[in-house]
Design a protein around this ligand. Structure first.
Ligand code: AMP
Ligand code: MG
Length: 505
């Protein structure tokens, strides 16, 4: 009888099979709970991501999951903590920032055995909230959902969004706004600023524990090396060089590259004021608070290197007992960043032009890319379509290029002839080159005016249809669909002029 009962009773499996490590590390976080919210409502649940994580999407996407992802019920096995970190914000150092509006629920192992953080954003005040309310608003939460998932679809390492729920609360910003909570999935939340937190306190023991944890998590092959902390710096530098080159190759502007917003995992994190370039201009800044253009599009590689230098400084006591030697070794790694970035950048931009690097002259190809960028800058050409429509030339449809360049198409002629000759010299059939280009140059990016329209509809009219439509478009960015033709177009000058983004996710 007892055996029979055991077989028929439903087995209560946890919603998240948590396996927490970070919460156990001393001094890195404080146990905390999400604040309850009055009236949770789904904005969106990401079934595809749930499946990828090996989670039960049917359950998690139900009422039971809603209560959990709104912070009203802490799931079994969770060990929610607010993480401590420091950081340079716009160049100025704050020894204590930390999760003021975020909460790490716990870690799970996905079906590939990769450790993933499950974290809330907007789940209420924490001991690190300072003056803030710990909340997030519907608009910025949906913005992060859209852009993070678009980045993933573009093949760029990023934190993901598992869910967005409205809380039924009204939060106070410049105007009253509906509140929301985002569930973020990340390879980890270890930031450059996490190391700075202990370095600033001279706490070398905990710094070492954190560095060992980061190595075990992201670079286990380095764990046995004597020079593992230098190797960690090197690995982070390599990942960031590639990441920022990928941003540059799609026109992504992060907007707030503070050291607390740079991961050691190499994932893009912290979708606040980010936005995509339209007309190409390396000086483009969208963020309302970036008054000096520190985080302008063209500055991103230099800022990444600056941030890595701050990581190097934090790690110095672990790199070598002799501080002069530590500085020397760390400097070599930091200097290597420029070369790494530049070779990723060239590889990605060659692919955008359909060029292969089989024995070609790097400097000639680099000049070819830069010359095109210079023309795009001078003639205010849309970055995305400027690249995407080049493939039409190879397919014998130069009108598509004219549609982007208009009156200025003549200015491109000399460049086009040289580029086509360079492509032809490779011997690859032009149609194949064109297909390769279309698989790397997106046709759909989250256009600023469309993002704003979708968020306005969601916030002002509680109409999520434009958001759903745009999400579907930007998460399938490479295959052109005639039904989505308008979504491929840049905003009108009125929509684009003076476009500003804000930090407050
Ligand atoms: P971020 O711009 O998201 O990188 O945030 C920078 C710092 O400000 C982090 O320590 C955040 O946790 C904190 N913060 C931002 N907004 C809020 C808020 N509404 N309430 C509390 N802390 C916040
Ligand atoms: Mg941040």
């Amino acid at each position: 009888m007892g055996v029979f009962l055991l077989q028929t009773l439903p087995v209560s499996t946890p919603l998240f099979p948590f396996d927490n490590r970070f919460a156990l590390l001393d001094g890195l976080s404080l146990p905390w709970q999400p604040a309850p919210v009055p009236a949770p409502r789904w904005l969106r649940f990401n079934h595809g991501l749930a499946q990828e994580l090996g989670l039960d999407g049917a359950r998690l996407g139900s009422e039971e999951g809603l209560a959990v992802l709104a912070g009203n019920r802490v799931p079994d096995g969770a060990q929610p903590v607010a993480q401590a970190y420091a950081g340079h914000q716009f160049g100025g150092f704050s020894p204590q920032l930390g999760d003021g509006r975020a909460l790490l629920l716990g870690e799970i192992l996905d079906p590939q055995g990769q450790r993933r953080d499950i974290a809330f954003k907007g789940s209420g005040r924490t001991p690190f909230s300072r003056g803030g309310d710990g909340k997030a608003a519907v608009g910025p939460v949906l913005r992060e959902y859209l852009i993070s998932e678009a980045m993933h679809a573009l093949g760029i390492p990023t934190t993901r969004t598992l869910a967005a729920v409205a809380t039924g609360e009204t939060i106070s910003r410049e105007r009253p706004l509906p509140g929301a909570i985002l569930t973020r999935v990340a390879a980890s939340h270890i930031r450059v600023g996490s190391f700075q937190f202990f370095a600033a306190r001279g706490d070398t023991d905990r710094l070492r524990v954190l560095a060992d944890h980061a190595i075990e998590r992201h670079d286990p092959s380095l764990a046995a090396r004597d020079d593992r902390y230098l190797a960690l710096l090197d690995a982070v530098s390599a990942r960031q060089a590639k990441l920022v080159a990928q941003w540059m190759s799609v026109g992504f502007i992060h907007g707030v590259m503070n050291t607390d917003n740079m991961t050691v995992s190499g994932e893009t994190i912290d979708y606040g004021p980010c936005a995509f370039l339209e007309a190409y201009d390396p000086g483009t800044v969208f963020s309302s608070i970036d008054t000096h253009g520190r985080y302008a599009f063209g500055n991103q590689p230099g800022i990444a290197q600056w941030n890595l230098t701050r990581l190097a400084e934090a790690l110095l006591p672990l790199i070598d007992e002799d501080s002069d030697r530590a500085v020397l070794r760390a400097t070599q790694v930091i200097e290597g960043f420029a070369q790494r970035f530049s070779s990723h950048w060239l590889k990605l931009h060659r692919a955008k032009l359909g060029l292969r690097d089989d024995g070609a002259d790097d400097e000639e190809d680099r000049a070819l890319v830069n010359e095109l960028l210079g023309l795009m800058h001078a003639h205010k050409i849309d970055f995305t379509l400027g690249f995407r429509r080049l493939s039409a030339v190879l397919r014998g449809q130069p009108d598509a290029l004219h549609a982007v360049w208009g009156q200025d198409a003549a200015a491109l002629e000399g460049w086009r002839v040289r580029w086509q000759a360079r492509v032809a010299a490779s011997g690859e059939p032009a149609a194949e080159t064109a297909d390769r280009m279309d698989a790397t140059n997106p046709i759909y990016i989250p256009r600023n005016h469309l993002v704003e329209n979708a968020l306005d509809a969601a916030v002002d009219d509680k109409d999520l249809r434009p958001f759903e439509k745009l999400l579907a478009i930007v998460t399938d960015p490479f295959s052109e669909r005639s039904a989505d033709a308008r979504a491929a177009l840049p905003g009108t000058p009125e929509q684009t002029f003076g476009y500003r983004t804000f930090c407050g996710t």
